[in-house]
Design a protein around this ligand. Structure first.
Ligand SMILES: Cc1cc2nc3c(=O)[nH]c(=O)nc-3n(C[C@H](O)[C@H](O)[C@H](O)COP(=O)(O)O)c2cc1C
Length: 197
C-alpha cells in the first residue's frame, strides 16, 4: 500500500517526528511510505470563502500555497496517518490549518443546515483509512479526549474510515528522555496490516 505520514510538529527533532520516523521504519518493510513534515510546507489558513463547495469535480481551493500538493498526496495515498503534538488538548496550530483545508476534499452537497449524519456529502477521500498519532507530555486520560473527538468528527465529515487515535503519553520535551510505547507502535502497524485482509 501507499502510506502517507504527515507530521504536524513544528519541532524538527521533536517527539512527533521521532514517532513518525519509527512508524515509517516499521511500515517501509512491506509498504511504500512517504513522510511529509508540514513545517517544510507553506500552509495558509482556510479563508472560509466557500468557493471549494461550489466546485464538485475537483478540490477547487482558491489559494495557491503548498496545500494543493499536499491534498493531492492525501487523495493518492491508500492510508493517511496524521501526527501531531498535543497543544492545549488539540492539534498543533500547523496541523489544524491543514485539517481545515481538507474541506476542499469533501463537499456538502445538500443539507448544510443539518447535522453531519443527515447531510449529503460527496468526498474525494471516502472510505480512505486515516489515523491520528498524538505525542503529549501528560497522560492519555483527562488530556487527549478533545483531540480524539476532533479527529473522529473530521472522519465523519470527510467520510474517511477512522482507524482511531494512537496516543504516546509522557513524552519529555527532551526527546532523548522520551520512551515511545512499542506496544502502541506495533498496534498501529498491526491495524494497518489488517486493512489488507
Ligand atoms: C503550546 C503547547 C501546548 C501544549 N499543550 C499540551 C497539552 O495540552 N497536554 C500535554 O500533555 N502536553 C502539552 N504540550 C506538550 C507537548 O504536547 C509535548 O511535549 C509533545 O510531545 C511535543 O511534541 P514535539 O516534540 O513533536 O513538538 C504542549 C506543548 C506546547 C508547546
Amino acid at each position: 500500500m501507499n502510506i502517507l505520514l504527515i507530521s504536524g510538529s513544528p519541532r524538527k527533532n521533536g517527539n512527533t517526528n521521532a514517532i513518525v520516523q519509527k512508524v515509517s521504519e516499521k511500515l517501509t518493510v512491506a509498504h511504500n511510505v512517504k513522510v511529509c513534515r508540514i513545517s517544510d510546507y507553506q500552509i495558509n489558513g482556510c479563508l472560509g470563502c466557500n468557493h471549494c463547495q461550489s466546485v464538485l469535480d475537483e478540490p477547487g481551493c482558491v489559494q495557491k500555497d503548498d496545500v494543493t500538493r499536499l491534498l493531492g498526496e492525501v487523495m493518492d495515498a491508500d492510508v493517511v496517518l496524521y501526527g501531531t503534538p498535543l497543544y492545549g488538548h488539540s492539534y498543533s496550530e500547523q496541523l489544524k490549518l491543514l485539517m481545515d483545508r481538507h474541506v476542499a476534499l469533501f463537499k456538502f452537497v445538500d443539507g448544510a443546515d443539518k447535522a453531519v449524519d443527515e447531510m449529503k456529502i460527496k468526498s474525494f477521500i471516502e472510505k480512505k483509512p486515516v489515523a491520528l498519532i498524538v505525542s503529549c507530555q501528560g497522560p492519555e486520560e483527562n488530556n487527549t479526549e478533545l483531540v480524539q473527538m476532533q479527529f473522529s468528527r473530521f472522519c465523519e465529515s470527510s467520510l474517511t474510515y477512522c482507524m482511531g487515535t494512537y496516543i504516546f503519553p509522557w513524552c519529555s520535551p527532551n526527546v532523548t528522555d522520551s520512551q515511545f510505547s512499542e506496544k502502541t507502535l506495533n498496534q498501529l502497524v498491526c491495524d494497518i496490516e489488517a486493512l489488507e485482509k
